[in-house]
Design a protein around this ligand. Structure first.
Ligand SMILES: Nc1ncnc2c1ncn2[C@@H]1O[C@H](COP(=O)(O)OP(=O)(O)O)[C@@H](O)[C@H]1O
Ligand SMILES: [Mg+2]
Length: 421
Protein backbone atom coordinates (compact mmCIF):
# COMPACT_ATOMS: atom_id res chain seq x y z
CA UNK A 1 0.00 0.00 0.00
CA UNK A 2 2.91 2.29 0.69
CA UNK A 3 3.56 2.67 -3.03
CA UNK A 4 0.14 4.21 -3.67
CA UNK A 5 -0.76 6.78 -1.08
CA UNK A 6 -3.45 9.44 -1.06
CA UNK A 7 -2.42 12.38 1.11
CA UNK A 8 -4.24 15.35 2.59
CA UNK A 9 -2.31 18.44 3.71
CA UNK A 10 -3.90 20.85 6.19
CA UNK A 11 -2.69 24.46 6.13
CA UNK A 12 -1.88 26.82 3.29
CA UNK A 13 1.20 28.86 4.20
CA UNK A 14 4.83 28.65 3.14
CA UNK A 15 5.47 25.62 5.34
CA UNK A 16 2.58 23.72 3.77
CA UNK A 17 3.60 24.74 0.24
CA UNK A 18 7.00 23.19 1.02
CA UNK A 19 5.35 20.00 2.32
CA UNK A 20 3.12 19.80 -0.75
CA UNK A 21 6.06 20.47 -3.08
CA UNK A 22 8.08 17.68 -1.49
CA UNK A 23 5.17 15.22 -1.30
CA UNK A 24 4.41 15.71 -5.00
CA UNK A 25 7.95 14.57 -5.77
CA UNK A 26 7.33 11.31 -3.91
CA UNK A 27 6.78 8.29 -6.16
CA UNK A 28 4.25 6.99 -3.59
CA UNK A 29 1.81 9.89 -3.75
CA UNK A 30 -1.00 9.26 -6.24
CA UNK A 31 -3.42 11.90 -5.01
CA UNK A 32 -2.86 15.06 -2.99
CA UNK A 33 -5.66 17.15 -1.53
CA UNK A 34 -5.20 20.43 0.36
CA UNK A 35 -7.82 22.10 2.55
CA UNK A 36 -6.45 25.63 2.17
CA UNK A 37 -5.82 27.18 -1.24
CA UNK A 38 -2.35 28.53 -2.02
CA UNK A 39 -1.61 30.05 -5.46
CA UNK A 40 1.78 28.34 -5.35
CA UNK A 41 0.29 24.83 -5.31
CA UNK A 42 0.78 23.09 -8.67
CA UNK A 43 -2.28 22.03 -10.68
CA UNK A 44 -1.94 18.41 -9.55
CA UNK A 45 -3.12 19.46 -6.08
CA UNK A 46 -6.85 19.07 -5.49
CA UNK A 47 -8.00 21.98 -3.36
CA UNK A 48 -11.09 21.19 -1.31
CA UNK A 49 -11.43 24.14 1.08
CA UNK A 50 -12.33 23.42 4.70
CA UNK A 51 -11.47 25.13 7.96
CA UNK A 52 -13.65 23.59 10.69
CA UNK A 53 -12.56 20.24 12.11
CA UNK A 54 -15.68 18.40 10.95
CA UNK A 55 -15.34 19.80 7.43
CA UNK A 56 -11.67 18.78 7.27
CA UNK A 57 -12.53 15.22 8.34
CA UNK A 58 -15.22 15.21 5.64
CA UNK A 59 -12.57 16.08 3.02
CA UNK A 60 -10.44 13.16 4.23
CA UNK A 61 -13.45 10.86 3.75
CA UNK A 62 -14.39 12.30 0.37
CA UNK A 63 -10.87 11.84 -0.98
CA UNK A 64 -10.35 8.50 0.77
CA UNK A 65 -6.95 9.56 2.02
CA UNK A 66 -4.36 7.25 3.58
CA UNK A 67 -2.50 10.00 5.43
CA UNK A 68 -3.31 13.42 6.87
CA UNK A 69 -0.39 15.84 7.33
CA UNK A 70 -1.14 18.83 9.55
CA UNK A 71 1.12 21.87 9.12
CA UNK A 72 0.09 24.46 11.74
CA UNK A 73 -0.30 24.11 15.51
CA UNK A 74 -3.72 25.74 15.92
CA UNK A 75 -5.79 22.87 14.43
CA UNK A 76 -3.73 20.34 16.42
CA UNK A 77 -4.40 22.26 19.64
CA UNK A 78 -8.09 22.33 18.70
CA UNK A 79 -8.20 18.53 18.40
CA UNK A 80 -7.94 17.96 14.64
CA UNK A 81 -5.70 14.89 15.06
CA UNK A 82 -8.15 13.42 17.58
CA UNK A 83 -11.02 13.81 15.10
CA UNK A 84 -9.00 12.57 12.12
CA UNK A 85 -7.81 9.45 13.98
CA UNK A 86 -11.24 8.72 15.39
CA UNK A 87 -12.53 8.78 11.82
CA UNK A 88 -9.93 6.12 11.00
CA UNK A 89 -7.23 8.13 9.18
CA UNK A 90 -3.55 8.11 10.21
CA UNK A 91 -2.53 11.64 11.23
CA UNK A 92 0.94 13.18 11.10
CA UNK A 93 0.56 15.65 13.96
CA UNK A 94 -0.29 14.96 17.62
CA UNK A 95 -3.62 14.83 19.38
CA UNK A 96 -4.56 17.83 21.55
CA UNK A 97 -3.33 16.20 24.78
CA UNK A 98 0.20 15.90 23.37
CA UNK A 99 -0.02 19.23 21.48
CA UNK A 100 -0.24 20.80 24.97
CA UNK A 101 3.58 20.68 24.86
CA UNK A 102 3.29 23.78 22.67
CA UNK A 103 0.06 25.31 23.96
CA UNK A 104 1.16 25.29 27.62
CA UNK A 105 4.72 26.19 28.54
CA UNK A 106 3.99 25.16 32.14
CA UNK A 107 2.93 21.70 30.94
CA UNK A 108 6.06 21.44 28.78
CA UNK A 109 8.19 22.41 31.79
CA UNK A 110 6.50 19.78 33.95
CA UNK A 111 7.06 17.09 31.29
CA UNK A 112 10.71 18.14 30.92
CA UNK A 113 11.21 17.91 34.68
CA UNK A 114 9.59 14.48 34.83
CA UNK A 115 11.63 13.30 31.83
CA UNK A 116 14.92 14.76 33.06
CA UNK A 117 15.45 16.98 30.00
CA UNK A 118 17.94 19.84 30.50
CA UNK A 119 16.07 23.17 30.46
CA UNK A 120 16.12 26.50 32.30
CA UNK A 121 14.93 26.27 35.91
CA UNK A 122 11.55 27.95 36.21
CA UNK A 123 9.11 29.15 38.80
CA UNK A 124 5.49 28.76 37.65
CA UNK A 125 2.98 31.10 39.27
CA UNK A 126 -0.66 32.09 39.20
CA UNK A 127 -0.29 35.88 39.46
CA UNK A 128 -3.76 36.30 40.99
CA UNK A 129 -2.65 34.35 44.07
CA UNK A 130 -1.03 36.88 46.48
CA UNK A 131 1.55 34.44 47.89
CA UNK A 132 2.61 33.27 44.43
CA UNK A 133 2.76 36.85 43.17
CA UNK A 134 5.06 37.70 46.06
CA UNK A 135 7.38 34.82 45.17
CA UNK A 136 7.36 35.98 41.53
CA UNK A 137 8.27 39.56 42.52
CA UNK A 138 11.05 38.21 44.67
CA UNK A 139 12.42 36.26 41.70
CA UNK A 140 12.10 39.30 39.41
CA UNK A 141 14.17 41.48 41.75
CA UNK A 142 17.15 39.13 41.40
CA UNK A 143 17.22 39.94 37.63
CA UNK A 144 18.43 37.73 34.75
CA UNK A 145 14.98 36.25 34.35
CA UNK A 146 12.73 35.43 31.38
CA UNK A 147 8.98 35.90 31.84
CA UNK A 148 6.72 33.72 29.73
CA UNK A 149 2.95 33.61 29.42
CA UNK A 150 1.91 29.96 29.74
CA UNK A 151 -0.38 29.82 26.71
CA UNK A 152 -0.21 30.75 23.02
CA UNK A 153 0.47 34.48 22.69
CA UNK A 154 1.31 34.80 18.97
CA UNK A 155 5.04 34.67 19.71
CA UNK A 156 4.82 37.81 21.87
CA UNK A 157 4.38 36.31 25.34
CA UNK A 158 8.09 36.14 26.26
CA UNK A 159 10.06 39.00 27.85
CA UNK A 160 13.80 38.61 28.44
CA UNK A 161 14.90 40.74 31.42
CA UNK A 162 18.41 41.39 32.66
CA UNK A 163 17.47 43.91 35.34
CA UNK A 164 15.10 43.46 38.29
CA UNK A 165 13.15 46.63 37.50
CA UNK A 166 12.28 45.65 33.94
CA UNK A 167 11.30 42.19 35.19
CA UNK A 168 8.91 43.68 37.74
CA UNK A 169 7.44 45.90 35.02
CA UNK A 170 7.07 42.89 32.70
CA UNK A 171 5.34 40.95 35.48
CA UNK A 172 2.89 43.82 36.07
CA UNK A 173 1.94 43.94 32.37
CA UNK A 174 1.71 40.16 31.78
CA UNK A 175 -2.09 40.35 32.17
CA UNK A 176 -2.29 41.95 28.69
CA UNK A 177 -1.98 38.40 27.35
CA UNK A 178 -5.29 37.56 29.03
CA UNK A 179 -6.09 33.89 29.51
CA UNK A 180 -2.65 32.90 28.10
CA UNK A 181 -1.08 34.52 31.19
CA UNK A 182 -3.32 32.81 33.77
CA UNK A 183 -0.03 31.17 34.65
CA UNK A 184 3.37 32.81 34.20
CA UNK A 185 6.79 31.15 34.04
CA UNK A 186 9.86 32.87 35.44
CA UNK A 187 12.88 31.19 33.90
CA UNK A 188 16.57 31.63 34.53
CA UNK A 189 18.13 33.60 31.69
CA UNK A 190 20.40 31.45 29.54
CA UNK A 191 22.92 32.55 26.95
CA UNK A 192 24.20 31.09 23.70
CA UNK A 193 23.27 30.56 20.07
CA UNK A 194 19.81 29.20 19.27
CA UNK A 195 19.14 26.17 17.11
CA UNK A 196 15.98 24.36 15.97
CA UNK A 197 16.11 20.59 16.28
CA UNK A 198 13.38 18.40 14.80
CA UNK A 199 12.54 14.75 15.45
CA UNK A 200 9.97 12.51 13.84
CA UNK A 201 8.10 10.50 16.45
CA UNK A 202 5.75 7.53 16.20
CA UNK A 203 4.71 7.74 19.85
CA UNK A 204 7.54 5.51 21.04
CA UNK A 205 10.67 6.16 19.00
CA UNK A 206 12.24 9.31 17.64
CA UNK A 207 14.42 9.96 14.60
CA UNK A 208 16.43 13.15 14.17
CA UNK A 209 16.14 15.41 11.14
CA UNK A 210 18.91 17.90 10.24
CA UNK A 211 19.22 20.93 12.52
CA UNK A 212 18.19 24.40 11.33
CA UNK A 213 18.41 28.02 12.37
CA UNK A 214 15.81 30.70 11.83
CA UNK A 215 16.05 34.49 11.91
CA UNK A 216 13.23 36.04 13.91
CA UNK A 217 13.85 39.77 13.77
CA UNK A 218 12.72 41.95 10.87
CA UNK A 219 16.07 43.63 10.24
CA UNK A 220 19.63 42.49 9.64
CA UNK A 221 21.87 41.67 12.58
CA UNK A 222 19.04 40.72 14.96
CA UNK A 223 17.60 44.26 14.99
CA UNK A 224 14.01 45.46 14.75
CA UNK A 225 10.76 43.86 15.91
CA UNK A 226 10.19 40.13 16.12
CA UNK A 227 8.39 38.41 13.26
CA UNK A 228 7.14 34.92 12.44
CA UNK A 229 10.57 34.35 10.86
CA UNK A 230 12.39 36.23 8.08
CA UNK A 231 14.42 33.28 6.89
CA UNK A 232 16.07 30.02 7.84
CA UNK A 233 18.76 27.66 6.76
CA UNK A 234 19.67 24.04 7.33
CA UNK A 235 21.68 22.33 8.57
CA UNK A 236 23.13 24.54 11.30
CA UNK A 237 26.94 24.17 11.24
CA UNK A 238 26.96 24.03 15.07
CA UNK A 239 24.93 20.81 15.05
CA UNK A 240 25.96 18.19 12.50
CA UNK A 241 23.85 15.13 11.72
CA UNK A 242 25.60 12.95 14.31
CA UNK A 243 25.22 15.56 17.06
CA UNK A 244 21.57 16.04 16.09
CA UNK A 245 21.02 12.30 16.50
CA UNK A 246 22.67 12.24 19.93
CA UNK A 247 20.78 15.32 21.15
CA UNK A 248 17.42 14.01 20.00
CA UNK A 249 17.99 10.95 22.18
CA UNK A 250 18.67 13.28 25.11
CA UNK A 251 16.13 16.06 24.45
CA UNK A 252 13.23 14.55 22.47
CA UNK A 253 13.16 10.82 23.21
CA UNK A 254 12.59 11.15 27.00
CA UNK A 255 9.65 13.52 26.38
CA UNK A 256 8.09 11.10 23.90
CA UNK A 257 8.48 8.32 26.48
CA UNK A 258 6.98 10.46 29.25
CA UNK A 259 3.94 11.28 27.09
CA UNK A 260 3.53 7.60 26.20
CA UNK A 261 3.62 6.74 29.93
CA UNK A 262 0.81 9.22 30.47
CA UNK A 263 -1.27 7.61 27.74
CA UNK A 264 -1.01 10.58 25.35
CA UNK A 265 1.53 9.46 22.72
CA UNK A 266 3.12 12.02 20.42
CA UNK A 267 2.95 11.21 16.70
CA UNK A 268 4.29 13.77 14.27
CA UNK A 269 7.26 16.09 14.37
CA UNK A 270 8.56 17.37 17.68
CA UNK A 271 10.48 20.63 17.35
CA UNK A 272 12.77 21.72 20.18
CA UNK A 273 14.00 25.30 20.34
CA UNK A 274 17.46 24.99 21.89
CA UNK A 275 19.97 27.33 23.40
CA UNK A 276 23.54 26.08 23.17
CA UNK A 277 24.92 27.18 26.53
CA UNK A 278 28.43 26.64 27.84
CA UNK A 279 27.01 23.76 29.87
CA UNK A 280 25.46 22.08 26.82
CA UNK A 281 22.12 22.33 24.99
CA UNK A 282 19.05 23.49 26.93
CA UNK A 283 15.45 23.25 25.68
CA UNK A 284 13.75 26.67 25.58
CA UNK A 285 10.47 25.35 24.23
CA UNK A 286 8.79 22.62 22.23
CA UNK A 287 6.61 23.08 19.19
CA UNK A 288 4.46 20.26 17.88
CA UNK A 289 4.91 20.88 14.13
CA UNK A 290 7.55 21.97 11.63
CA UNK A 291 8.90 25.48 11.95
CA UNK A 292 8.00 28.01 9.29
CA UNK A 293 10.37 28.80 7.47
CA UNK A 294 12.70 26.00 8.72
CA UNK A 295 10.41 23.50 6.98
CA UNK A 296 11.07 25.14 3.62
CA UNK A 297 14.82 24.55 4.02
CA UNK A 298 14.35 20.98 5.28
CA UNK A 299 11.97 19.96 2.48
CA UNK A 300 14.40 21.37 -0.10
CA UNK A 301 17.04 18.98 1.27
CA UNK A 302 14.95 15.83 1.80
CA UNK A 303 16.19 13.23 -0.71
CA UNK A 304 14.54 9.86 -0.10
CA UNK A 305 10.77 9.30 -0.20
CA UNK A 306 9.28 11.16 2.81
CA UNK A 307 6.03 9.17 2.71
CA UNK A 308 7.23 6.05 4.59
CA UNK A 309 8.56 8.34 7.34
CA UNK A 310 5.47 10.54 7.69
CA UNK A 311 3.09 7.61 7.34
CA UNK A 312 5.21 5.50 9.69
CA UNK A 313 5.13 8.23 12.34
CA UNK A 314 1.37 8.64 11.91
CA UNK A 315 0.71 4.90 12.15
CA UNK A 316 2.95 4.39 15.17
CA UNK A 317 5.63 2.42 13.30
CA UNK A 318 8.57 4.49 12.10
CA UNK A 319 10.80 2.57 9.67
CA UNK A 320 14.29 1.58 10.75
CA UNK A 321 17.26 3.64 9.63
CA UNK A 322 17.30 7.33 8.89
CA UNK A 323 15.73 9.53 6.24
CA UNK A 324 18.20 10.70 3.60
CA UNK A 325 19.00 14.39 3.24
CA UNK A 326 21.23 16.04 0.65
CA UNK A 327 24.82 16.65 1.75
CA UNK A 328 24.68 20.39 1.11
CA UNK A 329 22.61 23.23 2.56
CA UNK A 330 19.38 25.07 1.91
CA UNK A 331 18.61 28.70 2.66
CA UNK A 332 15.13 30.26 2.63
CA UNK A 333 14.89 34.06 2.40
CA UNK A 334 11.47 35.54 3.17
CA UNK A 335 10.04 38.43 1.16
CA UNK A 336 7.61 40.27 3.44
CA UNK A 337 5.01 42.92 2.68
CA UNK A 338 5.48 46.63 3.28
CA UNK A 339 4.27 47.39 6.81
CA UNK A 340 4.99 43.87 8.14
CA UNK A 341 4.78 42.88 11.00
CA UNK A 342 2.37 45.62 12.17
CA UNK A 343 0.13 46.31 9.15
CA UNK A 344 1.13 44.27 6.09
CA UNK A 345 0.02 45.83 2.81
CA UNK A 346 -2.23 43.54 0.79
CA UNK A 347 -3.10 43.56 -2.90
CA UNK A 348 0.34 44.60 -4.17
CA UNK A 349 1.12 42.92 -7.53
CA UNK A 350 3.97 40.42 -7.44
CA UNK A 351 6.07 39.81 -10.58
CA UNK A 352 6.25 36.13 -11.54
CA UNK A 353 9.99 35.76 -11.16
CA UNK A 354 12.45 33.04 -11.94
CA UNK A 355 13.07 29.65 -10.40
CA UNK A 356 16.48 28.76 -11.81
CA UNK A 357 18.34 25.52 -11.07
CA UNK A 358 18.73 25.06 -7.31
CA UNK A 359 15.97 27.51 -6.37
CA UNK A 360 12.37 26.90 -5.38
CA UNK A 361 9.93 29.63 -4.39
CA UNK A 362 7.31 28.86 -1.76
CA UNK A 363 4.17 30.98 -1.47
CA UNK A 364 3.25 32.04 2.06
CA UNK A 365 0.90 35.01 1.70
CA UNK A 366 -0.15 35.40 -1.91
CA UNK A 367 -3.51 35.53 -3.68
CA UNK A 368 -4.81 35.90 -7.22
CA UNK A 369 -6.88 39.08 -7.64
CA UNK A 370 -9.98 39.41 -9.87
CA UNK A 371 -7.75 40.57 -12.75
CA UNK A 372 -5.76 37.35 -12.46
CA UNK A 373 -2.67 39.02 -11.04
CA UNK A 374 -0.59 37.45 -8.28
CA UNK A 375 -0.78 39.85 -5.32
CA UNK A 376 0.34 40.07 -1.69
CA UNK A 377 -2.20 38.70 0.81
CA UNK A 378 -0.32 38.55 4.10
CA UNK A 379 2.77 39.54 6.04
CA UNK A 380 5.22 36.95 4.85
CA UNK A 381 4.65 36.63 1.11
CA UNK A 382 7.29 34.37 -0.48
CA UNK A 383 10.13 32.14 0.65
CA UNK A 384 12.92 32.14 -1.93
CA UNK A 385 14.75 28.90 -1.16
CA UNK A 386 18.17 28.10 -2.55
CA UNK A 387 19.95 24.75 -2.41
CA UNK A 388 23.66 24.25 -2.88
CA UNK A 389 26.70 22.15 -2.19
CA UNK A 390 27.29 24.36 0.85
CA UNK A 391 25.61 27.21 2.69
CA UNK A 392 27.37 29.87 0.65
CA UNK A 393 26.11 28.43 -2.63
CA UNK A 394 22.57 28.00 -1.24
CA UNK A 395 22.54 31.61 0.00
CA UNK A 396 23.90 32.99 -3.25
CA UNK A 397 21.29 31.15 -5.32
CA UNK A 398 18.43 32.42 -3.15
CA UNK A 399 19.66 36.01 -3.20
CA UNK A 400 20.35 35.90 -6.95
CA UNK A 401 16.76 34.86 -7.71
CA UNK A 402 15.20 37.29 -5.23
CA UNK A 403 15.19 40.52 -7.33
CA UNK A 404 13.05 38.88 -10.03
CA UNK A 405 10.26 38.40 -7.42
CA UNK A 406 10.61 41.77 -5.70
CA UNK A 407 7.31 43.67 -5.40
CA UNK A 408 6.68 47.24 -4.31
CA UNK A 409 7.61 47.93 -0.67
CA UNK A 410 8.95 44.38 -0.19
CA UNK A 411 11.14 43.80 2.89
CA UNK A 412 13.80 41.13 3.31
CA UNK A 413 16.96 40.55 5.30
CA UNK A 414 20.29 40.44 3.54
CA UNK A 415 22.00 38.24 6.15
CA UNK A 416 19.99 35.00 6.15
CA UNK A 417 22.38 32.13 6.66
CA UNK A 418 25.00 34.57 7.96
CA UNK A 419 26.17 34.62 11.56
CA UNK A 420 23.81 37.13 13.20
CA UNK A 421 20.31 36.00 14.05
N1 LIG B 1 15.54 30.93 29.40
C1 LIG B 1 15.82 31.78 28.42
N2 LIG B 1 16.98 32.49 28.44
C2 LIG B 1 17.27 33.39 27.46
N3 LIG B 1 16.47 33.65 26.43
C3 LIG B 1 15.31 32.96 26.33
C4 LIG B 1 14.92 32.00 27.32
N4 LIG B 1 13.73 31.49 26.97
C5 LIG B 1 13.38 32.11 25.82
N5 LIG B 1 14.32 33.00 25.43
C6 LIG B 1 14.30 33.85 24.21
O1 LIG B 1 12.96 34.18 23.89
C7 LIG B 1 12.60 33.63 22.61
C8 LIG B 1 11.16 33.15 22.65
O2 LIG B 1 11.01 32.16 23.65
P1 LIG B 1 10.27 30.78 23.36
O3 LIG B 1 10.31 29.99 24.61
O4 LIG B 1 10.86 30.18 22.14
O5 LIG B 1 8.75 31.22 23.15
P2 LIG B 1 7.87 31.58 21.86
O6 LIG B 1 8.57 31.05 20.66
O7 LIG B 1 6.59 30.91 22.14
O8 LIG B 1 7.75 33.06 21.88
C9 LIG B 1 13.61 32.53 22.35
O9 LIG B 1 13.78 32.30 20.97
C10 LIG B 1 14.85 33.10 23.02
O10 LIG B 1 15.49 34.03 22.17
MG1 LIG C 1 10.22 30.08 20.05
Amino acid sequence: MEDRVRVMVVGGGGREHALVWRLLRSPSVTHLVATTPNPGFPERVHVDPASEIEAIVAVARRHEVDLVVVGPEAPLAAGLADAVEEAGFPCFGPRAAAAALETSKAFAKEIMRAAGVPTATALVVDPTDPAQLLAAEERCRRGRVVLKADGLAAGKGVVVCREGEEALEALRTMSRFGEAAARVLLEDLLEGPEVSLFALSDGERTIALPSAQDHKTLLDGGRGPNTGGMGAYAPCPLVDRQTAGAWVQQLHQPVVEELARRGTPFRGVLFAGLMLTEDGPRVLEYNVRFGDPECQALMALWEDDPVPWLLGAARGMLPNGEPVFAEGSACCVVLASAGYPETPRKGVPIPRGEEPEGVVVFHAGTAVDPQGRLVTAGGRVLGITGRGADLEEARCRAYAALPSWAFEGEQHRTDIGGGAR
